[in-house]
Ligand binder design. Sequence first.
Ligand code: 5GP
Ligand code: MG
Ligand code: MG
Length: 179
Amino acid sequence: MNNDIQEVLFDQGRIHDAAMRLGKQITQDYAGKKPVVLSVLKGAYLWTADLLREVDLYLDLEFINVSSYHGGVSSTNEITLVTDIRSDIQGRDVLILEDIVDTGQSLLFMKELLAKRGASSIKVATLLDKKDGRKVIIDADYVGFDVRNEFVVGYGLDYKEMYRNLPYVGILKKEVYTD
Ligand code: 5GP
Ligand code: MG
Ligand code: MG
């Protein structure tokens, strides 16, 4: 599996530093509040575990599963809600946890959904921000790292459901997905 990686971009140490930095910021920004943290499966599973251990707040943790990639290496315009939450978010402060924001379309989809359901605030904490990939105007509130316009895997991010267990984020060799 490690042999399929062209370049390691962010190792565990750097990701841990980012989790500490953002966790501290989120703890300050939400002081006195009890946010609903909405983790976007599957990609954000490790980021959620690491970031939230650096957050000193009472919070509710929920998981949502939206799909935009459908197995390939580029986003589709069609966003599907695979697994929804069951709790009521009316009047709640919602913090979305994402692995990566690329085109921004899945984030826009989720923000619109949460706004429609009456969330009183909606913010986003993403491990990675691929700003050059944007197709809609949207920004994350908390960003671990900016990443260039390459297909990355690891630390939650997959290619065909593989590589999510790599402990770092790296660029996947092109020969793995082209023939
Ligand atoms: P967006 O809707 O912003 O285009 O895409 C968001 C989702 O697409 C991310 O949450 C992630 O699951 C997937 N994605 C975007 N860029 C990458 C990438 O470089 N690598 C992988 N593995 N997934 C990506
Ligand atoms: Mg995601
Ligand atoms: Mg994926």
